[in-house]
Design a protein around this ligand. Sequence first.
Ligand code: HEC
Ligand code: HEC
Ligand code: HEC
Ligand code: HEC
Ligand code: HEC
Length: 337
Amino acid sequence: MRFTVISRIGIVGIFLCFSGLCIFSLFLSFVSDVRSNDDKYHDMFRGFEEGKCKSCHPSIWREWERSMHAQAWTDEIYQAAAVEIKDRENSCDPCHAPEPILVTGIGKMPQLRNVQRDSGVSCLVCHLDKEGAMHGPPASAETNFHANVTDPLYTSPTKLCATCHGQKSVPEHDQVSSFLDSRYAEEKKSCATCHMPIVHRIQSTASHESIKGRKHTWRGSRSVAQLKSAATVKIAFEGKKATVILQNKAGHLMPGGTLRTIILDVTHLSPDGTQQQNKQVLISEKTANRLKPDEKRTFVFDVNVGDNLTARLRYQLTPETPEDKWVLMAEVDKVVP
Ligand code: HEC
Ligand code: HEC
Ligand code: HEC
Ligand code: HEC
Ligand code: HEC
């Protein structure tokens, strides 16, 4: 009988010992999981630095590399403006070299990064979460370098963009508010509709076929094609009046940025070529007359049959850009019928 008691104690002991081990190993795996998530997060920064993102995503990398996002910190125009600001570390730099925004919060004011500032708005800023996973649209392949998380934020990314392009306290850099009040938002379009056009390409070296994605070039006011699509200029006649009609076709205030100026020149000649009138209108934040999405602006001229009217629309990147570098956006030339 003594033997059974001992063996009972033994069984209970083994059981207690076993469950203790279980709890202990659970605890261990929990701790190591937390640690490894942190490791994975830092692995991504290291991977970015060592060219790993570039080697598995060569096409996307090439697109991004030439974009203004890649240059958000090194951009000379930015650096020249930021030098003038006393507390630039708080009021400027956080958006031009930010921590990953999935970590600091979508919609919240970004925070300044202490590492890799030269890479500006890098892949990690838009895609990396605090567990070291990459958020994006539905993926078509897997990799053991990073986890993929499908996130609806990316398929219509206006909220993502608004984290930097729509902070209420930074109206100089707000394209989002005027967009949200426009028909584009009603039609369920997004910032990606015009700035990340659809492309078919290999998304990583793990997949062999081209699949649908969105271009990572973010062409804006430095693209002639983009500027040509930004507005229309028309001339209409009624009796002895000519009306020049300018209409905004961009998805937000035009010009989109506060450094930019749009110049409308109208020249009115009589049939023998003598100049009747030469009107110049400047459109910018400074002159407080930017156009809302779809807004039309009209300018009326008194004319006679056979007169000639020319309207030219040009874009000046910064106040220092000389006239021979202004980009022609639209031009019309008409004889009064
Ligand atoms: C809320 C985020 C945010 C903050 C804060 C911020 N910027 Fe920007 N900055 C942007 C975005 C987004 C753009 C691009 C869109 C635009 O021009 O509005 C930009 C563009 C610029 C440009 C234009 C660069 C070019 O090459 O055309 C300059 C200059 C600039 N910022 C200077 C500053 C200065 C100076 C400060 C501090 C006073 C500052 N920014 C603070 C987000 C920010
Ligand atoms: C060993 C190869 C490899 C490396 C290194 C790599 N990736 Fe990927 N990545 C992939 C593959 C494969 C996919 C899935 C692609 C697809 O959907 O076809 C992917 C998908 C993604 C996605 C989309 C995720 C989703 O769910 O839609 C993002 C964003 C991404 N990678 C960013 C990065 C960044 C940033 C780096 C560098 C830190 C990086 N990748 C390094 C192979 C890699
Ligand atoms: C983390 C902050 C951040 C996020 C998120 C972000 N941007 Fe930007 N973006 C910037 C900054 C900063 C610049 C200005 C870089 C410069 O010129 O110095 C910029 C520049 C641009 C430009 C180029 C402007 C030019 O001068 O040509 C476009 C277009 C643009 N962003 C569109 C987008 C779109 C669309 C999204 C959303 C998919 C987005 N951005 C998300 C910070 C951000
Ligand atoms: C300004 C934010 C931003 C930056 C910077 C950025 N991406 Fe993206 N990325 C997006 C958005 C938005 C999408 C979703 C596009 C869509 O719906 O297909 C996306 C999609 C992707 C995809 C899925 C394939 C595709 O084209 O849709 C991959 C892979 C990816 N990004 C990798 C990268 C890599 C690698 C970098 C750096 C070289 C990078 N991204 C930089 C915003 C960004
Ligand atoms: C219907 C097309 C369209 C949509 C939608 C659109 N944009 Fe634009 N965007 C343009 C055009 C065209 C330009 C160039 C003319 C200009 O400066 O307004 C431009 C210019 C820009 C610039 C450059 C401004 C500068 O100072 O150089 C930024 C930044 C920008 N857009 C961001 C955004 C963001 C963020 C969204 C989403 C809220 C968005 N865009 C939606 C067409 C669009």
